[in-house]
Unconditional design. Structure first.
Length: 284
């Protein structure tokens, strides 16, 4: 086992999984986790049954900024206080109320939960200042297994190897293109254009899409970015990794509960997160 990072000394990945995972997200890998969660968001689009559900709710196309903010804020609320905290329980209850009308299968729940386990951690192992320690990997799985338990997800695998095998097999069987994907990808591009000066919009969109792996881009119908953009993005990632090794983790948490955002300039309450009312979807 590789050298134990100092912050993990005396911590157990099962007993202290929230303490470990919170520090990973809020400090140690703050930027990498944010990118990884973004990649997880994209990855759900590449499963046709999930893409059609996301499309038919209307949230991704009609209220793209709010949908993105709500997903991020709910995720970070769970991580900051833990799923068993007062605010964490409020988030879980809100998610359960929204999701129960959609007829989501257990395998779909397992897959989406798995995107939060594997997309950020794979990104960290490839691009962060160091790869994950086994204790951090175990704590990550324990954290999301607890979230899955509170959301009523059945048979969440108990080991990393079992869960990754399920995740990979699910993608092998299901990942691919669907007509529902195109308007959602265009909605995300339009959101980027709203947030970036006109002269940088094309490059910003290409840079974002350069973070996706080729298999995922093909499933989403996204063209391969130019060689110049790919080289620039990879170079910036290497430089950022080097700088992070030199500077150490940030001194402040990445996220503060109730913080303002584009959608909520004066802050938010948990009950404001998500669609209201929830639009029923007829899944065929």
């Amino acid at each position: 086992m590789r050298n134990l990072p100092r912050y993990l000394e005396g911590l157990d990945p099962q007993r202290d999984h929230h303490t470990i995972y919170r520090y990973m997200v809020q400090r140690e890998f703050a930027v990498d986790m944010r990118v990884g969660f973004g990649l997880a968001f994209y990855r759900t689009f590449a499963i046709p049954s999930i893409a059609r559900l996301l499309h038919d709710t209307g949230e991704m196309i009609e209220r793209t900024d709010k949908r993105g903010d709500d997903t991020r804020l709910a995720m970070y609320e769970l991580i900051d206080g833990g799923p068993d905290s007062r605010r964490g329980r409020q988030v879980i209850a809100r998610l359960n109320r929204m999701h129960r009308v959609y007829g989501i299968t257990n395998d779909e729940y397992l897959y989406v939960l798995g995107t939060n386990v594997f997309c950020p951690t794979r990104w960290i192992d490839r691009h962060a200042h160091r790869p994950l320690h086994p204790v951090e990997r175990a704590a990550t799985l324990a954290f999301w297994r607890r979230v899955g338990d509170l959301m009523g997800v059945q048979e969440v695998p108990a080991t990393w190897e079992e869960y990754e095998a399920f995740f990979n097999a699910f993608e092998e069987a299901n990942l691919g293109p669907d007509p529902a994907v195109t308007p959602m990808v265009e909605a995300i591009r339009a959101m980027t254009r709203r947030r970036v000066p006109r002269m940088f919009q094309r490059v910003a969109i290409q840079a974002r899409e350069a973070l996706l792996d080729e298999h995922l881009r093909q499933a989403l119908g996204i063209a391969r970015p130019s060689a110049r953009v790919l080289i620039a993005v990879r170079s910036l990632l290497r430089v950022r990794s080097l700088l992070r090794r030199m500077t150490g983790p940030p001194k402040k948490d990445f996220f503060t509960p109730g913080e303002p955002s584009r959608t909520y300039p004066d802050g938010y309450t948990i009950e404001e997160l998500g669609p209201s009312p929830v639009r029923p979807v007829n899944r065929r």
